[in-house]
Write a protein that binds this ligand. Structure first.
Ligand code: GLY
Length: 354
């Protein structure tokens, strides 16, 4: 079954396989030799998978503690972080024990940040249970919580020791959440893998498991290569933000009622259209991007105006001084990072949304 090795400040493997959650305990032993394992999850995910994961860990003789938090973005907070840290201290976790994040991006980011800070750093394992987390948040070592002023404003780069994606978990995913993952996969294809884009464009009625494996392997390879070159996100890694400058603004202005995947789809399409109009792309990428977004039933109509979105985006942490970084497609499979003056952002958004 396919494995992907990630080369960053820590070398680790992502294993992508149907049913792999049953082997969680045995696979922990490949990367650590803990006495205790703390499984962190949320109420939605734990109902489906916590028992299976716990059973597998207990089979190997680990002392397992389970901490279940509320689902949703609100959990990515200082108080949840504090709860995990106090829980670990109460149960006398040491540096040779381990955390397991079982869930989507919220649980992964939060648990990773707790692992980065408890005793100045203990190992953790990512077990993503959404397609979105499997192709993005679970690899690359960005861990964070949100502050009042915005998303992911406190965090650390802290790589997991192992990432396990049980492909069978997508069978439990609501359709809208599956589409959120597809949107990030389209993003990876546009910035770095023309073959993956071609697969997304041409595949007809695939078996869901085969389709997921193909897409996850392709998208994670794009991210893996960027993380290997730029783990700390000072250069090429920013390509992964394609569609995200406008996307984050849409999430914010909609009060998070528009999902991340849909917001990114709108952002990608607008960016491709604007870049083509400005003559920055080698060829028009907006049409093929729109075709793929439409094929997977992602609603890419933008309900907000460019002025509102530019104002929200200018609070984004990707802004540096008088410029803001945006990602554009040069052609399908090749992205580029452009720094534009902040006062031109509204015009850029307008060009993309007209
Ligand atoms: N989610 C973007 C990154 O990991 O850099």
């Amino acid at each position: 079954m396919p494995n992907l090795d990630i080369h960053a400040s820590k070398e680790y493997t992502m294993m992508v396989e149907p049913g792999i959650m049953d082997r969680l305990g045995e696979l922990v032993l490949r990367v650590a030799n803990p006495k205790k394992v703390c499984l962190v999850s949320d109420t939605n995910v734990s109902e489906l998978f916590a028992e299976k994961a716990t059973r597998s860990l207990q089979k190997e003789g680990f002392d397992v503690n389970v901490l279940i938090l509320a689902p949703g973005e609100g959990t990515k907070s200082m108080s949840s972080l504090n709860r995990i840290l106090e829980f670990l201290a109460e149960h006398e976790y040491t540096r040779s024990d381990i955390l397991v994040a079982l869930g989507g991006g919220v649980i992964g980011d939060l648990t990773g940040f707790a692992a980065a800070t408890y005793l100045r750093g203990i190992p953790f394992i990512q077990v993503p249970t959404t397609l979105l987390a499997a192709v993005d948040a679970s690899i690359g070592g960005k861990t964070a919580i949100n502050l009042k002023a915005g998303k992911n404003l406190a965090g650390a780069f802290w790589q997991p020791s192992l990432v396990l994606f049980d492909v069978d978990t997508v069978l439990e995913l609501p359709e809208e959440q599956f589409k959120d993952g597809i949107s990030e996969i389209i993003k990876s294809a546009v910035i770095g893998d023309a073959k993956l884009f071609d697969y997304l464009q041409t595949v007809e009625n695939p078996k869901i498991i085969d389709f997921t494996m193909e897409c996850v392997m392709g998208a994670v390879k794009v991210k893996r290569d960027l993380v290997a070159k730029d783990e700390r996100d000072t250069g090429m890694r920013k390509l992964l933000n394609f569609g995200h400058t406008m996307g984050h603004a849409i999430e914010l202005v909609s009060d998070y009622k528009i999902s991340h995947g849909r917001a990114v789809a709108i952002g990608m399409l607008a960016c491709a259209k604007a870049a083509d109009k400005m003559g920055w792309s080698n060829r028009d990428c907006a049409i093929p991007i729109w075709q793929v977004i439409d094929k997977y039933g992602i609603d890419a109509k933008c309900p907000f105006d460019p002025h509102q979105l530019a104002a929200a985006a200018l609070n984004d942490k990707k802004r540096s001084g008088d410029n803001i970084s945006i990602v554009i497609p040069l052609e399908i499979g090749m992205g580029a990072i452009m720094d534009i003056p902040v006062h031109e952002l509204e015009e850029f958004f307008r060009a993309g949304l007209e």
